[in-house]
Design a protein around this ligand. Sequence first.
Ligand SMILES: C[S@@+](CC[C@H](N)C(=O)[O-])C[C@H]1O[C@@H](n2cnc3c(N)ncnc32)[C@H](O)[C@@H]1O
Length: 245
Amino acid sequence: MKKESKFGLDVLDSKKKAKEVHDIFASVANNYDLMNDLMSLGLHRLWKERFYQMAKVKSNDIVIDIASGTGDIAINIAKKIKNIDITCLDANKNMLEICKNRTIDLGFIKNFSFMQSQIENFKKKNKFSLATLAFGLRNFTDLELGLSNIFSSLKVGGRLMIMDFKSPDNKFNKKLYELYTDNVLPKLGEIISGDQKSYQYLSDSIKTYITPEELSVLMSEVGYSKIRSEILPGDIVSIHIGYKT
Ligand SMILES: C[S@@+](CC[C@H](N)C(=O)[O-])C[C@H]1O[C@@H](n2cnc3c(N)ncnc32)[C@H](O)[C@@H]1O
């Protein structure tokens, strides 16, 4: 594992970053779904739908949803493909607990497994045919090690789908976007969760996250092939797909 890691606008010792990220998601867990709707004006539902379409999930896929959080991606798949086998992995107990309760309420629990682990410590070999990772990579302590552990966990022919934020390319739109993420997001966090600091981190982590082009290069260096990406309308979210061949 790398010794140091980006944390918002700072660089921290890796262990400290992992703890800070853990504390942030523990703090936001209870309001996470509401905040997602408010912060994105509901758009995250459309982004997640496009992510699902691009994944072209088959009923015999063995799926791992990494950085599963409260389970939106995994639950969307389970709603559409009955009895599909899904593992939800997340470093945070509070987020995973909400995910588990949602799957119980929806009656999906028998096809779900849950694993509390940092992806950097996850060592499974050749098990999954589809790995999904939405809005999680940005928070990893070691992006390369995380992507490499996911690669090892895939069967040959398996694919990884990644979705995360990006800064708009157009300078004017970028300014507008940063006005929103720097001012509105932390304020909303303060009003809804009494937690301005966590939402400031989420906003800063978008600024220092790698670009879609850098992510394609990193995926290729780790071993993924046939990598392609799509920038969603609005130019603030990108989706990548790469295969283990
Ligand atoms: C922004 S949430 C995304 C949740 C969900 N995928 C979604 O799209 O709504 C990010 C999640 O990543 C998890 N996470 C952060 N770093 C992680 C790591 N190194 N390994 C596993 N999970 C991690 C956090 O605990 C959090 O639940």
